[in-house]
Design a protein around this ligand. Structure first.
Ligand SMILES: [Zn+2]
Length: 408
């Protein structure tokens, strides 16, 4: 057996059975508890009944997909790994860029370190946008269900997965995109039996359907069936989420939005301030790029204190922080956030300009994330804790610590 392994100043015991860490995108705790209450999720039911570990943890801010997936696989917050959003503005180059490229990553992953130390590692994501970050310097299997028909040994460490599991390539906007991950994960566990597996789904269903709805319960029932199979195959399973999900619309079903670019243009003159929404990604149909977190970039000679108070007074705004405060309080890299960080309330989103948001694809009242109101997420395991949980602040990026060090 290999000795312990230390990554980003955290030490992990070598696995004595396979470890599967699952990130259920957009899993507000209530999705799981409602599916259990409906009798749709016997595997989760056992965990919630005490036959495993059931903790409520905090995800990292902003409560978006990329920063949190990278926190889970590095064991550290964005201030260390550098991925501060799905999208960021680089004032040095004046460019707005997606944060999908490993050049933005400032530290290595637990996955790559374990593979280097001899573990067989497999990573399966929903969307291909995450694959390169999660697979950074990883010697092992790494692919997305989105591009599962284009695998090569050189790029992905595996081929022919469609034929193996007998599912067609799923649409990028579907529950099947996530189901494919689990079907492939079970197949790998049966055939290759990886030592470590990281499965990361997409929140297409959660953006559309509230906890306890038939669509949501059916989705969690599907997940539950696959997790039960991984459990039966003898793996330690840790389930967490990248962020929660809340309704962000009014009684008529219209999204609650503060268009910050329009507001600042009216206050300060057009284009004086630049509003960036780090939720932005190429797949915006299901949320219209509306979340509860926005950054404001300003010329250096502005009275920011006065402006912050004015923004804080807007109805629907929860928190307004200066760059240094935000970096310290929210564990963010100061050079990759705005001069001002705005977080809106649970029921409200922040936009840029009304004209820049295409909401035509929203076929259900808006549900989204990004704020502190989506920070509470589940941290579950199919084995019990060795010691009582104590009053530590559990984080989703404790997932590997939990699975390797803390459970029986
Ligand atoms: Zn997400």
């Amino acid at each position: 057996m290999t000795a312990n392994i230390t990554v980003n100043n955290r030490t992990y015991r070598w696995m004595d059975r396979p470890l599967v860490v699952v990130c259920l995108d957009g899993s507000q705790f209530e999705y799981i508890s409602a599916a259990v209450a409906a009798g749709s999720a016997p595997f989760f039911s056992r965990i919630l009944a005490g036959q495993g570990t059931c903790l409520v943890a905090d995800c990292v801010m902003p409560s978006f997909t990329n920063p949190n997936n990278l926190s889970i696989v590095t064991g550290v917050p964005p201030s260390v790994h550098g991925i501060s959003g799905n999208y960021f503005y680089d004032p040095q180059t004046g460019e707005e860029v997606m944060m999908n490229d490993p050049r933005h990553l400032r530290t290595g992953t637990i996955l790559a370190a374990m593979a280097d130390a001899g573990a067989r590692v497999a990573v399966i994501t929903a969307k291909d946008k995450l694959r390169k970050l999660l697979g950074h310097k990883l010697k092992g299997i790494c692919f997305s269900s989105e591009k599962a028909d284009q695998l090569t040994m050189a790029e992905n460490g595996i081929e022919g997965i469609l034929e193996r599991i007998g599912m067609p390539i799923p649409s990028v906007y579907s529950a099947a995109l996530s189901e494919f991950i689990f079907a492939a994960g079970v197949n790998l566990m049966e055939r290759e039996r990886p030592d470590v597996m990281y499965l990361s789904t997409t929140d297409y269903i959660q953006h559309k359907a509230a906890p306890g709805t038939p669509i949501a319960n059916e989705f969690y029932a599907m997940i539950d069936r696959y997790l039960a199979r991984l459990d039966a195959l003898g793996a330690t399973i840790v389930v967490t989420a990248d962020h929660g999900m809340n309704a962000k619309h009014d009684a008529k079903g219209e999204p609650n939005v503060i268009y910050m670019q329009d507001t600042l243009d009216a206050w300060l003159g057009t284009g004086f301030a630049r509003v960036i929404l780090p939720i932005t990604d190429p797949y915006v149909v299901h949320h219209g790029a509306l979340g509860s977190y926005a950054l404001v970039y300003l010329p250096s000679d502005v009275d920011q204190t006065g402006l912050r108070s004015r923004i804080a007074a807007l109805a629907g705004v929860e928190t307004v922080l200066a760059r240094a405060e935000a970096a310290a309080q929210l564990e963010l890299p100061a050079d990759r956030i705005g001069d001002i960080v705005i977080i809106s309330r649970q029921d409200t989103t922040l936009g840029t300009s009304r004209s820049r948001h295409d909401l035509s694809g929203l076929d259900a009242p808006l549900r989204s994330h990004g704020g502190t109101s989506e920070q509470k997420i589940p941290l579950l395991a199919n084995r019990t804790l060795k010691d009582p949980p104590g009053n530590r602040r559990w984080r989703n990026f404790d997932a590997f610590d939990l699975g390797l060090n803390l459970v029986n």
